[in-house]
Design a protein. Structure first.
Length: 303
């Protein structure tokens, strides 16, 4: 399997998956668990899928809790929700199992792009699987693209259920009414549009509201795909032309799966939020935030 590290291209659908990728974007994610602990070097990296208590129909197993996994790179244990599982294909190719549902032996890496790349560079998968295997050089990019597609698909479902809104006026209204849990701004959106959303967040902070975090993760084209995830043409293609620059998720239970996927995507890429802290004499909404790499496409504005 070979996936590009570039954002999803026109014509692709967010719910496209290869045969080796398990489940669909709308699956409910497991609940997060706090904290990690150091694992001793002799603890096994391998997870033998023997139907532990966290798998459907599973039985409790002895020893270390089945809800913890050991990172192949850091040797720390933690929640599977904060890691990425890998399995071997029938041809012994290391394959991402992002939803941790494929059968067979698996090894786990903390969900950070840099750590997956380090595992590839140091040939740690062969040690983890304890057998000869082929590890694609672009494995960290493959994981990123799978996470992007799953996240966009879940965002589309959240919008269809009413848990997400798009468009400047709706996002601005949700923020000012203290209903937004998280805001996504297109990486190629206008600086003025971002500034106005940040102003709305700062106004909420001044009123003592629970300010949402603001992120630049997807291009406007990718946000279009999330907007039209449920809208298909007779040919099966997503309907385009929505020009989505702003998207917000609310605080309802229906938004939980989308929030979890977005946050996992953010953590994997090690992104930093847009700075929304009130600043005297500053008109720069993202001052102090880690610069975001915008897509190489013209700036788009929403009518």
């Amino acid at each position: 399997m070979n996936m590009s590290s570039q954002p999803i291209k026109p014509g692709e659908k967010p719910d496209d998956q290869t045969a080796i990728v398990s489940t669909v974007a709308g699956d409910d994610a497991r609940s997060d668990m706090d904290g990690t602990s150091e694992a001793s070097p002799d603890q096994a990296d391998i997870d033998i899928r023997d139907k532990g208590p966290n798998t459907p129909g599973g039985k409790a197993s002895k020893g270390r809790a089945r809800s913890e996994r050991t990172c192949l790179v850091t040797r720390k244990t933690g929640s599977p929700d904060k890691m990425v599982r890998f399995v071997l294909s029938p041809d012994n190719i290391v394959t991402p199992d992002v939803n941790a549902k494929l059968p067979g032996r698996g090894v786990w890496v903390t969900a950070k792009k840099s750590l997956v790349a380090e595992a590839v560079q140091k040939n740690l998968f062969q040690r983890g699987f304890k057998t000869q295997c082929v590890c694609p050089s672009d494995l960290s990019e493959q994981v990123e693209q799978i996470l992007r597609k799953f996240t966009l698909g879940t965002l589309g479902m959240a919008r269809a259920s009413g848990a997400a809104v798009t468009g400047f006026s709706k996002v601005d209204s949700m923020v000012r009414s203290n209903e937004a849990a998280l805001v996504l701004e297109a990486t190629d959106g206008s600086a003025d549009g971002l500034r106005k959303i940040v102003q709305a967040v700062r106004a909420l902070i001044a009123l003592g509201g629970d300010a949402p975090s603001v992120w630049q993760v997807f291009s406007s084209h990718e946000m279009d795909l999330a907007h039209t995830h449920q809208e298909k043409s007779p040919a099966g293609e997503a309907a385009g032309g929505k020009n989505v620059i702003h998207l917000a998720l609310n605080r309802t239970p229906a938004a939980r799966a989308a929030l979890k996927r977005v946050r996992r995507m953010i953590a994997y890429q090690d992104l930093q939020p847009v700075d929304v802290s009130p600043k005297k004499g500053s008109n720069t909404p993202n001052s102090g935030a880690k610069p975001q790499k915008a897509a190489s496409r013209p700036i788009r504005t929403e009518s």
